[in-house]
Write a protein that binds this ligand. Structure first.
Ligand code: 3PG
Length: 305
């Protein structure tokens, strides 16, 4: 049996070493494809793989078609919008993610972006503090809960909206529950996004929610670019000179936003939320272990299709 680790954005070396050990112990061969620039390299490498581990790499219908003996694909990370689940299911291929494994790294970046915004992108001049400000956590999964805990440490008042989490779980964590997404945005000066990119959420963050934010509003996006209505975001930034947008995922109109809004806008050059050695090790080792347990014992924990 053979497992392919295909990562356009490579894991840290310690993660790859650990994954190799897990597969070696199980007697499973490993192939490593890193920093590929041509998808044909992925088609070729996956042709004889029984298992595939990826990060944000697109596992499209074409990749699945090229993977003639694939049984499992594991997204080493949380969001699995890069996997064509319908194509996997049609071929009987199990798809998994590794929820929570890289969450701390993403949460720390979200707080870092908040500080960067509060301190005017580290430009000279008077900034503000996070203490005492209201933060809205838009979705209370692994990352959202960690952001809330870190923000509480800064003395922020934390609100949350998540229709899939019981209100009691939110209040037990010391957060204030918002009954609607509108209430979250209308209440909080800072909003940190932690929703996945789905057909329901794509382009869902736009003028209606952003223009309702209080004076000095700041949106932090360490989730996905697709959830933002980019034209409406640009319009709100023009209309509201007090608003800021800090993102780990550059929008399509990045050049315009950068030229127009100076320190009120910042995007990382490449998605780095989960780019820590710790997150790579946690997610990579979990992906390898889940793959081995599936191939050797049929364990389908964390199956998403
Ligand atoms: C995730 O969904 O887990 C994060 O967005 C991390 O993505 P990455 O593996 O491409 O860094």
């Amino acid at each position: 049996m053979k497992a392919l680790i295909a990562t356009e954005k490579p894991f840290a070396k310690e993660a790859v070493d650990g994954m190799n050990d897990i597969f070696a112990t199980a007697g499973i061969a490993v192939a490593l494809l890193e920093k590929y620039t041509d998808v044909q390299a992925l088609y070729d490498a996956v042709a004889d793989a029984d298992a595939l581990i990826v990060r944000s790499d697109k596992v499209s219908r074409e990749v699945i078609a090229a993977a003639r003996q694939l049984k499992i694909v594991v997204r080493a990370g949380a969001g699995y919008d890069n996997l064509d689940l319908a194509a996997c299911t049609a071929r009987g291929i199990t798809a998994m993610n590794t929820p929570g494994q890289n969450a701390n790294a993403v949460a720390e970046l979200a707080v870092g972006l908040m500080i960067y915004a509060a301190r005017n992108s580290f430009c000279p001049g008077t900034g503000s503090e996070l203490k005492g400000k209201k933060l809205g956590v838009h979705a209370c999964g692994h990352v959202g809960r960690l952001v809330a805990t870190l923000a509480q440490g800064f003395g922020m008042e934390v609100y949350a909206f998540d229709p899939f989490v019981p209100a009691s779980a939110i209040t037990n964590a010391g957060l204030r529950v918002c009954a609607s997404v509108e209430e979250l945005y209308a209440t909080c000066r800072y909003v940190s996004l932690h929703i996945p990119a789905t057909e329901q959420t794509k382009k869902s963050i736009g003028r209606r929610l952003l223009s309702a934010m209080p004076q000095g509003g700041c949106l932090i996006n360490t989730a996905r670019k697709e959830i933002i209505h980019e034209d409406e975001l640009e319009a709100v930034l023009r209309e509201r000179p007090d608003m800021k947008y800090m993102t780990d995922v550059a929008p399509a109109n990045h050049a315009i936003l950068q030229a127009s809004f100076g320190a009120r806008y910042f995007a990382t050059p490449k998605k780095i939320g989960a780019e820590t050695a710790e997150a790579n090790i946690n997610a990579g080792l979990a992906a390898a272990s889940q793959t081995v347990r599936f191939l050797t014992a049929g364990d389908t924990t964390f199956k998403v299709n």
